[in-house]
Structure formats: structure tokens, C-alpha cells
Design a protein around this ligand. Sequence first.
Ligand code: FAD
Length: 457
Amino acid sequence: METVDVVVIGAGVAGLTAARLLANADADGDGEPAAGRRVVVLEARDRVGGRVHTDRSGGHVTDLGASWIHGVDGSAVAEAVTAFGIRTVEFTVGGYQVDSRPIAYHGADGHRLDDAAIHRFSADVHTVDATLADVVAASGPTDTYRDVTERAVAAQVWDAERAERVREHLEHRSEEQYGVASDELAAHGLDDDSIDGDEVVFPDGYDALPTHLAAGLDVRLRHVVHSVRHGEDGIEVTTDHGTFHAEAVVVTVPVGVLQSDDFVIEPPLPARHRQALERLRMNAFEKVVLRFPERFWDEDVYAIRQLGPEGRWWHSWYDLTRLDGVPTLLTFAAGPAARAIRGWSVEQVTASLLEQLRRLYGDRVPAPSTVQVTAWQDDPFARGSYAHMLPGSATDDHDDLAVPIDGRLHLAGEATWTDDPATVAGAMYSGHRAAEQILGRDVPIARLWSGALNGTT
Ligand SMILES: Cc1cc2nc3c(=O)[nH]c(=O)nc-3n(C[C@H](O)[C@H](O)[C@H](O)COP(=O)(O)OP(=O)(O)OC[C@H]3O[C@@H](n4cnc5c(N)ncnc54)[C@H](O)[C@@H]3O)c2cc1C
């Protein structure tokens, strides 16, 4: 058995943030790392980053997990990225905005909408959005996002077609933002859905962030944790490569792992934590990245979008050509679509997608040169892409999960951060909070990129 001060489970952004701040802790303010604070990070995979994962096969850089910083203003992730010298490219279409940047809209009949029609449609979405916060605030405890959006749309005096287009947009927002149909999402499930400043993506891969955060840390890859036992004697963490003893543990595994029988916490979590956990669920949300031999869409748009029933699954394609000049579209199988394509071959997914793109662009659409389809639903160490709030949950459920247990057991990770769950930012802030809880004092988050360990990057 190996003995350390703190075991951190999971080398995603939450775990690496916690570990880095703990290892960088300057207990007496003399600029030296605090003596004796040994931190080990146990990670099941053969890489760090967790749900931030960049693929580099075929000479292309493809983010298969997170892509965006959803708003750089006031974001610690953006500050870290700048401090580490990681390149970014502006791409402010990551929040299912209706008109944040130019989008090539196609109507329900497949024809391109002119600017006036796009403006009318966008104005309708903004009209409903302007009332939605109040409708959500007045909602009942078990109302769904569909209930509140239906109410907000019904309050408009619109003909059926006009109302349907907006209803559809709000449905797709639930699916694309949270990977779930709106009747399975809590009414408050998109309360956090705000973006401050531009959004950016990563031409050299988002994984540069976790790589920098991990530098100099004691990260044990390929260590699958099976159990965490906690009590008067401290913490005992059992892995397939031995047992670790510590005074404190930070558990950052995704909600889906925490809910599974493969990850045991003994004694079990207190009722408050268990109830909060039961009201969160991992989503179904997959990326499809298509590279083409040539571009068949306009150069000056950020995305292609189709309205109407044909866009039930495939409605939005994001133009990633700006990253490296290779004509590339990113789309999502989100919610019901992700569940339906589970187990499909890449060829099946491609055929289904091309049918829709050819409906809009005809024979100009060539066969893609490469297609990548993710399978986060089937990933045993993720079990989905991120957690969403089930009807009956409260936004505070996220923070409730992070209340320290007996001063030794700390849960962190995207799902434990109320203000910005389901994001890299939420993961980072939750790791920061866990480190502060263990240290019993405030630590500037900037120590992530300016602390003593940075000499080793
Ligand atoms: C397809 C997709 C798109 C996304 N898009 C965005 C986006 O554009 N912008 C954004 O901000 N966020 C996005 N996200 C969400 C974002 O990636 C996550 O919120 C964030 O990375 C979660 O970090 P974390 O540290 O909480 O969890 P993770 O990154 O999941 O880290 C947990 C770690 O625990 C490890 N682990 C699990 N089980 C065990 C075990 N038994 N033993 C040991 N280790 C274990 C895992 O391997 C993992 O490395 C996206 C996610 C996905 C999947």
C-alpha cells in the first residue's frame, strides 16, 4: 500500500486542477511548495484530459470531446489558455445561438432563406427567449424544459407554422446544449446557458490545456479505481494496480461512473449527496466530423442550418475549415439521435447525413474524405458526454454534491458546479473549490498557471 496526503481520482480538468493547486500549495507564503503535501492522481485511461480529448490521426487535429470555451470574458479557462500560450480561433456559434454569427439557413422545403426571412425567424426566437426566464422562474418543481418552452411559445399570437419553427429551435437547443430531449430535461436545465464574450476553439487541440495542467504532477495512468473506503483512519483507494492510503480524496469521475456498481464508495454517500446524484443523468451526445475534398458551402458563414421536419436529427453543421484550411463540417447526434445511432457503422451515419446535405446542396456534395463519429455513450470511463438535470431536480443539486463528507471525501467535476456545469470551466472551478476545501483556505486560481510547478512545464 502506498501512502500519500491526497489521492485525486481522474485526470480530467477537474482532477488536474485540484491536484495542481494542492501540489502548488504555498502554506507559509514563502513561495515554496508546502512540505509533505504529496498528491497522486489515479487515472483509468492511458492519457490525461478525460472528456477533453484530441485525436491526431491522419495528420488532422480533431477534438472528439470539448471544443469550445463558451465565452472568454471572465473565464479562468481562457486565462489559463492564454498564460500557457495555447492558440485559439474565434467561433461564436457554440451555444446554439440563432444569429450570433452568419448562418446559412434553409427553410423546411430545403431552399435557402434570404436575409429578411432569417431576420424574421431570429426575431421570433428572441421574442420567446425574452419571456422564457420568467416562465422558467414560475415553473413547478417537476416541470420539464418542454413544458416551459411550450408555455412561452403558446403565449405568442402566431400561426401554427411560425410557432412550430420556434418550438423546433428550442427543442434542438435542449438536444444540442444538453444532449437530451426537452421533455427529459428539467425546466431549469438550461438556466446556466449564457455566454460572456466570444467563444473560441483550438486549432492545435484542446488537449494542450490538460497537458499543461498535468506537467510535473504524479499522474498514474491505467489505474482503474474500484473502491474508495473512508473512515477515522483516512481514505483507502483500491485500484487494479494496488491500494493507496491518504488523508483526503478528490473524486472527479463522471456522474455515470459514480452511479455505477463499478465504482464503490464505502460507507455510501450521505442522503443529501445520493439524492442530488439521482436527479442528474449522463446524456447522449455524439460528434460527427466530416472532412471533404472541397468546400460546397459558402465561405462567409459559420454554420449551415436547416429548419423543418427533415432536420429532426441533422439540422446544424459547423464550419471548422477556419482551423486548418481543410473543408470540415462538425455536426452532432444529440439526445434521441445519439441514442438511435448507437451501434451504427460510420458508413450508416455518413449515408444518413449526406442524404440531408444533398437535399440542401444537391450533387455538389462530394463523398467526404474522412468521417469521425464519437461513442461517448459507450465509454466506460465517461458513460455519456456530460450530465443534465432530470425533471424534479434543482440547480443546487450540483453544488450539493460537492459538500465535503467528513472533511475527507470531496466530489468534484463538471456536474458539481452549479453556475456552469457540463463545461471545461465548470470542471476547472470545481477542482479549484476541492483544493480550497482540503487546504482550508483561499488559493488564487491563477496559481494554476503561475505557481511553482510551472517551472516543470
Ligand atoms: C462530445 C463532447 C463535447 C463537449 N463540448 C464541450 C465544449 O465545447 N465546451 C465545454 O466547455 N465543455 C464541453 N464538453 C464537456 C467537457 O468536456 C466536460 O465538462 C469536462 O471536460 C469534464 O471534466 P471533468 O474533469 O469533470 O471530467 P472528465 O474529463 O471526465 O475527467 C474524469 C476522469 O476520471 C477518469 N475515470 C473515470 N472512471 C475512473 C475510474 N474508475 N478510475 C480512475 N479514473 C477514472 C476518466 O477517465 C477521466 O479522465 C464536451 C464533452 C463532450 C464529451
